[in-house]
Design a protein around this ligand. Sequence first.
Ligand SMILES: [Zn+2]
Length: 263
Amino acid sequence: MEIDIIELSDDKARFVLKGVNPAVANGLRKSMLSEVPTMAIDYINIYDNTSVLFDEQLGLRMGLIPIITDLDSYVLPEECDCQGEGCTKCQLTLTLSAEGPSMVYSGDIQSSDPNVSAADKKIPIVELKERQKLVLEAVAKLGTGRKHVKYQAGVACGYKNMPVFTFDKDCDACGKCVEECPREILSIESNAVIVKDPLQCILCKLCVDACDINAITVDEDVSTYVFTAESDGSYPARELVIQGADTIIEKARELNEILESIE
Ligand SMILES: [Zn+2]
């Protein structure tokens, strides 16, 4: 297995994964979407709410605010020593107190742990008018995307096979394929068609259709994948991919233990 990083920022990773089969590539994609433990607000105690939002709407909105996740300090409630009752190892208390006129943002939520707070401080929660108040306490826990979408750290995780271009010797460099390509990745140099950036190809094969003499073929390399993974902010994109792979390893280890126990 080989990995070439194309782009890496806090919220987005693009990389080429070589030498794996579709099961591994799809396993990694699904793991990032539904298996990586992520912190999210699970329930709220409302002490005062005279805003225009009903308590339930407020709860739904706050649940979807991405929270920075720290797996070194917190464990999943079902794996905690307290057996899910709730303790400082498996849950975090947050508070929100605001009075109008003002716009309440995710950044106004105060966390009892300085390392774990709203990932994006500018998510609007509700606009308070004169004399409107909002006072609440929220409890955040770890969960997985499989249980609820609010625990989904990977928001746009997908891949395509690496495109492979072949130009026949009959190619007369007429340029029709160059004009047709919506991504403008083809060009003519020294009387031959060249592919400037194959990673931008979306495998639409319009270039193949445009060629009158069938001189182009675009195939897919079935063991090479161009991956894109975006994080909701709970993890840096790099950490999301690592956690996705770690989760698969952990599940394989658990399966191995079960198989060994029934021998
Ligand atoms: Zn606990």
